[in-house]
Ligand binder design. Structure first.
Ligand code: CTP
Ligand SMILES: C[C@](O)(CO)[C@H](O)COP(=O)(O)O
Length: 231
C-alpha cells in the first residue's frame, strides 16, 4: 500500500519568457526530445512524496493542453496571474495537502538528492529552500554603469527552487505580503516578511533557471549528465 503523499508541488509556468526572446514561452522550448516543462514535471512526479502537481499557466496558453503530461491524473492546471507570486497564490488555493513545494517550470535540472533534501528540511523547520553560495565577487551598481560598492559574499546565497513550506502559513503569508504591496520574487521572501526563518539547504549550482538564450544549451548539457548518471 503506497503511503499517502504528503506534498503537493506547485509549478508556476505562466511566464512569457521576455528575456529568452524565443518566440514562445521558454517552458515550452524543446529540450532533450521533450519540453522544458515536461522535464520539470517528470522530475517532481518521480518522487513518492509528491502526489499531485498543480501547474499555473497563462489563461489562454494553448501549448500545455497539447502535452501528454496534461492528461496525467496527478496534474492539475490552473490560471496563472500577472506576476509569479500571483500565479503561485492561485495554485495554492487548490492545494489540499499540509505541505507544499514550489518549483519553477524553468528549472528542469533538479537532482533527486536535492529534492529529497529540501523536502526533508522543509518539514523539520519553518520551511526550507534550495540555495547555493555566491562564488563571484559581488558589486552594487550606481544605476549609471559604475560600481558604487562591493557586497560581502559572507552568507550571501542564490535562492533556488524548490521552496518547501506548510501550506496554510505560506498561503496566508503570500496573500498578506502581496496585499501589503511587497515585491515578492520567491516564496521565502513572503515567509520572511511574515516573521518566519526558512532554512537554507545547499543545492547544486546546475539547478539553473532557464532565463536567457545561453541557458538552454547549458540546461541540456546538465540534464544529459544527470540522465546518464542515473542509468
Ligand atoms: N506571471 C508569471 C511570471 C512567471 N511565472 C513563472 O515563474 C517562473 C520563473 O519566472 P521567470 O524565470 O522570470 O519566467 P518569465 O517571467 O517567463 O521570464 P521573463 O521575466 O524573462 O519574462 C517561470 O517558470 C515562469 O513561467 C509565472 O508562473 N507567472
Ligand atoms: C523563485 C526564483 O527562481 C528564486 O531565485 C526567482 O526569484 C524567480 O525570479 P524571476 O524573476 O521570477 O525569474
Amino acid at each position: 500500500m503506497k503511503p499517502p503523499s504528503s506534498f503537493t508541488a506547485v509549478v508556476p509556468a505562466a511566464g512569457v519568457g521576455k528575456r529568452m526572446a524565443a518566440g514562445l514561452p521558454k517552458q515550452y522550448l524543446p529540450l532533450l526530445g521533450s519540453t522544458v516543462l515536461e522535464h520539470t514535471l517528470n522530475r517532481l512526479l518521480e518522487h513518492p512524496a509528491i502526489g499531485r502537481v498543480i501547474v499555473a499557466t497563462a489563461e489562454h496558453d494553448h501549448w500545455f493542453p497539447a502535452l501528454a503530461i496534461a492528461r496525467d491524473p496527478r496534474v492539475l492546471r490552473v490560471n496563472g496571474g500577472k506576476e509569479r507570486a500571483d500565479s503561485v497564490l492561485n495554485a495554492l488555493a487548490r492545494v489540499e495537502t499540509d505541505w507544499v513545494l514550489v518549483h519553477d517550470a524553468a528549472r528542469p535540472c533538479l537532482h533527486p538528492a536535492d529534492l529529497e533534501a529540501v523536502l526533508a528540511a522543509g518539514r523539520q523547520h519553518e520551511g526550507a529552500i534550495l540555495a547555493c553560495r555566491v562564488r563571484d565577487s559581488m558589486k552594487r551598481g550606481d544605476g549609471h554603469g559604475a560600481i558604487s560598492g562591493s557586497v560581502s559574499r559572507d552568507e550571501l546565497w542564490h535562492a533556488l527552487t524548490p521552496q518547501c513550506f506548510a501550506t496554510r502559513p505560506l498561503r496566508e503569508a503570500l496573500a498578506a505580503a502581496l496585499a501589503a504591496g511587497c515585491d515578492i520574487t520567491d516564496e521565502a521572501s513572503a515567509m520572511e516578511w511574515a516573521g518566519f526563518r526558512p532554512r537554507l539547504v545547499e543545492g547544486r549550482a546546475d539547478n539553473i533557471k532557464i532565463t536567457r538564450p545561453e541557458d538552454l544549451g547549458l540546461a541540456g548539457f546538465f540534464l544529459q549528465q544527470m540522465i546518464e548518471s542515473e542509468q
